[in-house]
Design a protein around this ligand. Structure first.
Ligand SMILES: [Zn+2]
Length: 282
């Protein structure tokens, strides 16, 4: 009886996972989802990956990913506060450990339809020639093996409970259009301004990559996770650990936010136009 019950639960999980993974929005459904979720950007939650007892990637030169992430995020927050009117919140401002669930909980204190969550990381790979920028939205089905391995590493021990995620996700479908737009913009602005190799071009959807990141699964608002480059690549290591380059990254992130805000206004206008309203009633 217990075995039968376990079998049933397993089959249910697999069925729900496949259903949600298959329901990844295409261009037209993304449009509809965006229109049902009235989004207006007021708050940016910046999440410097890792911290405290979790160093993230550690290079042979003993560079700790957590320090690079924090340094860039502090610069980015400073720029946002001095040059924009957005409310800015960081999940950590010092070298301290905070669980992925708590990062999402902190972000979820802000209204989902006014907040954008951005998690900042740096990548690593056993092959020192691998380099470039990658930006991700959440999906249970990763873009490729690289994305699957990355999510496993970034999730550490905090795995996703598929049933919890699926039930929650059904109520949050509208945010996906905005997550997709933000990720597309961040990827294109940084790769063009900083001449970073655009690794999203090799993805199925050439603008955004997908992976089951725990921190993105738990946030209620539009959210993205950016891997700014590979600390295991000599040139990218040199850049990412230089204060001048970190300033340039922070400036590109600021430009991305401005562009994302403009796009959200366009989407809101479309949603409010009489033609779109009729379309939604049909
Ligand atoms: Zn990381």
């Amino acid at each position: 009886m217990i075995i039968l019950k376990q079998c049933f639960v397993s089959i249910l999980i697999i069925f729900l996972c496949v259903s949600v993974a298959r329901s990844t929005p295409d261009e037209s459904s993304r449009e509809n989802q965006g229109n049902q979720f009235a989004f207006s950007l007021k708050t940016i939650v910046i999440d410097p990956g890792h911290g405290g007892s979790d160093p993230g990637n550690v290079t042979r030169r003993k560079t700790l990913e957590k320090n690079v992430n924090l340094s860039i995020c502090l610069k980015f927050a400073k720029l946002l506060r001095s040059q924009t009117e957005y409310e800015v919140f960081l999940t950590r401002t010092t070298d301290r450990w905070i669980s992925l669930a708590d990062r999402a909980n902190l972000a979820n204190q802000f209204p989902a339809n006014q907040t954008f969550f951005i998690s900042i990381h740096c990548n690593s790979h056993p092959n020192p020639n691998i380099h470039g920028l990658e930006s991700y939205i959440f999906n249970l089905r990763p873009t490729d093996q690289l994305a699957a391995r990355l999510a496993k590493r970034e999730n550490a021990e905090e795995n996703i409970n598929p049933i919890n995620f699926i039930v929650k996700n059904l109520h949050q479908r509208g945010r996906e259009r905005y997550s997709w737009e933000a990720t597309r913009i961040v990827q294109s602005v940084i790769s063009s301004q900083l001449k970073s190799r655009n690794r999203n071009r090799s993805a199925r959807d050439k603008h955004v990559r997908r992976a089951p990141f725990r921190v993105l699964a738990d946030t209620n608002m539009p959210a993205t996770l950016v891997e700014l480059g590979y600390l295991t690549h000599q040139e990218e290591h040199r850049k990412l650990t230089s204060s001048a380059y970190q300033d340039r990254v922070a400036n590109s992130l600021l430009a991305s936010i401005r562009q994302f805000d403009q796009v959200t206004h366009q989407l809101a206008k479309k949603a409010n136009s009489p033609i779109e309203s009729v379309k939604r009633l049909e």
